[in-house]
Each structure stands twice: as C-alpha cells, then as structure tokens.
Design a protein around this ligand. Structure first.
Ligand code: AKB
Length: 318
C-alpha cells in the first residue's frame, strides 16, 4: 500500500480530500500537513511549510511516503491583493515537490490546476482541452506556468505527475477561502441559517462548478488510473455543471422558500468575466473514465443537509 502525504491539507479541497483518501486507503496510510500548529484530521498530522523543501523531505522520509498531493496555494481573489507572495507560494512550492519527483524520492505527484488558466481570449463556451490561454490574474498565471512545469518534468525527467483543472468547488467542510467562485459556498452557509445573502457577482454570471464529492472522486480516480491512460501531463479539463448566482438561488429557494439574495458586484466580477462559462472535459471522460454524479439540485440538497448537521442549526429552515 502506497503512503500518501497531503500538503496544504487544511484548505477547502484538502479538508475533504483527506477524508476521501483515508476512506480509500486507510487512515494509517495518509499523513495530512499544513502550516498550522494543529490539524483536525482523522489521520496523522505534520506541520509543513510548502516553501521549506528540507522539511518536506524530512517528513517524506520519516513516514516513508510514496505519493504527494500538493494542494497549498493562494486562490484567485486573494492572490490579487498580494501578487508577488502569491506567485512565490504557488510556484516555488510546486517546484519543491517536482524536484522530489525528479530525484525519485517520491513516486507520484498530484497537483491541482484550475479554470483560472483560461483568459479573455479563450473560447468561453465548451472551452476545449487545448486552446488559447491568456490568464490575467496572478493565480491563473501561476496555474498555467505550473501546468507547463508539470508537463516539462514528466517529459524530461519521467516524473509521474497528474493534474485536474478544477471548476469552482462547492463543499461544506471549509468556509470560503479567497476564490472568485466562493460565493457558491458562502450562499449555502447563509441559506442553512436563512440569513439574507449579498452576492459579489451579478445574477447572470455563469461559471462552471462542481460538488466537492465529485472533485474528491475525480482526484482519486485520476491518481489511480494506469499511467498509460494519462495522456495529458499538463492538466485535464474537468466539468460537472454551469450555474449563475440566480439559478443557485432558485435551487436553494425550493428548500428554503424565504431565503433572500441581493447583488453587489465587486472586483471579482472582472475575474469571473474572464473565465469560461462551460468546459469540454471529453478527454478526461475518454482517457480515464471521468463521470460526475451531482447536478445543481442534488448538490443543494446534500450541502444543506451536511451544513445543518455540521452547524447544528436547531431551527431547521428547510
Ligand atoms: C477560485 O475561484 O479562485 C478557485 C478556482 C476556480 O480555482 N475556486
């Protein structure tokens, strides 16, 4: 059984992926790590700064790690307030892990990319796997550069690195964390308490989104696929459904009839406008059998139930 280290485990994806990995491989085979002193995980936890290659290598050796899921990153909206620090974290931390792959210290690497690699000149409807990419955010530029580095390390050094271009991910375990698609998480945190929600994107802004359960499944599936099925070593397009804030609001209204929303677009609107409306992920479906399970209404039901249980909202509003 391979042993797994998750770097950046306390973030939005990590906090749910660690559970998925523990359920799949056993918690004795998973080590969660992040920059916080303590982690609230079902498996062992280590304090790791993704910018410290010596610490990463020590933890890998101490736990006899074979695979690293490197998730640490600063997301699109937050990165705009500190461009150089965000570039430094997003880029150097990836190179730290790719170097461990080149030196054969680890056998396999997972690294997340994003729809943020696309930009204003990219075709916005059914965005192809291979197309124009001119991201205009620091986060998007770092993800595009990261994709190129992944392919480079695979081609030049045989590093087994795999990656997915996530759409907006919607999960209940973690509060929103600096992304442009985060309204779609925050709206459920408000809905479960029936608190009015102010949206930072306009009602008709359509973006690709995905339920976190599907994202966790896709991540584990792409890592489990036989190497010869992985034809793309930069990053795979990945999709489930596309939604507007208005359609998400209407989906919630079916469960919480009194829920209310208002709109106050800010700087994140321009970021959203530069991203695709929908994604063509046929290559992922063909190469390693990707299939999503959640549509918008199914996700709304699952999110409200999970948040109700987590927040223990005594006056259930749906
Ligand atoms: C963000 O909004 O920055 C992220 C992403 C699409 O990568 N959720």
């Amino acid at each position: 059984m391979n042993k797994i280290l998750v770097i950046g485990a306390a973030g939005q994806l990590g906090s749910e992926l660690v559970t998925g990995l523990c359920n799949t491989y056993g918690k004795e085979n998973v080590i969660a790590s992040d920059i916080h002193e303590k982690g609230d995980f079902e498996c062992a936890y280590e304090l790791v700064n993704a910018l410290d290659p010596v610490r990463i290598e020590n933890v890998i050796q101490e736990h006899d790690i074979d695979e690293v899921y490197h998730l640490a990153a600063i997301l699109s909206a937050k990165a705009e307030s500190n461009p150089l620090a965000s570039w430094y974290l997003n880029m150097d931390s990836l190179l730290n892990v790719l170097e461990l792959g080149r030196r054969k210290i680890i056998k396999k690497i997972y690294w997340p990319s994003s729809i943020a690699v696309f930009g204003p000149s990219t075709p916005r409807i059914s965005t192809p796997q291979s197309t124009v990419m001119d991201p205009n955010t620091v986060y998007g530029i770092s993800k595009l550069a990261g994709e190129r580095w992944c392919e480079y390390y695979n081609e030049k050094h045989g590093v087994d690195v795999r990656s997915l271009r996530y759409p907006g991910l919607i999960g209940y375990k973690h509060a929103p964390g600096g992304g442009t698609t985060d309204y779609a998480v925050d709206i459920y945190f408000h809905a479960v308490k029936n608190k009015p929600f102010e949206c930072f994107l306009s009602p008709e802004t359509k973006l690709p989104m995905m339920c976190m359960d599907d994202a966790v499944k896709a991540t584990i599936d792409v890592m489990q696929a036989p190497s010869d099925r992985i034809k793309i070593r930069s990053s795979y397009n990945l999709a489930a459904f596309s939604v507007t804030p208005d359609s998400m609001f209407n989906s919630i209204k079916k469960k919480v009839p009194d829920f209310s929303i208002s709109y106050k677009p800010d700087f994140r609107q321009a970021i959203a406008n530069s991203w695709p409306v929908s994604i063509d992920d046929s290559q992922a479906r063909k190469d390693w059998g990707w299939k999503h399970a959640f549509d918008l209404d199914k996700m709304t039901g699952a999110m409200l139930d999970a948040l109700h249980a987590k927040l223990n909202t005594s006056d259930r509003v749906f």
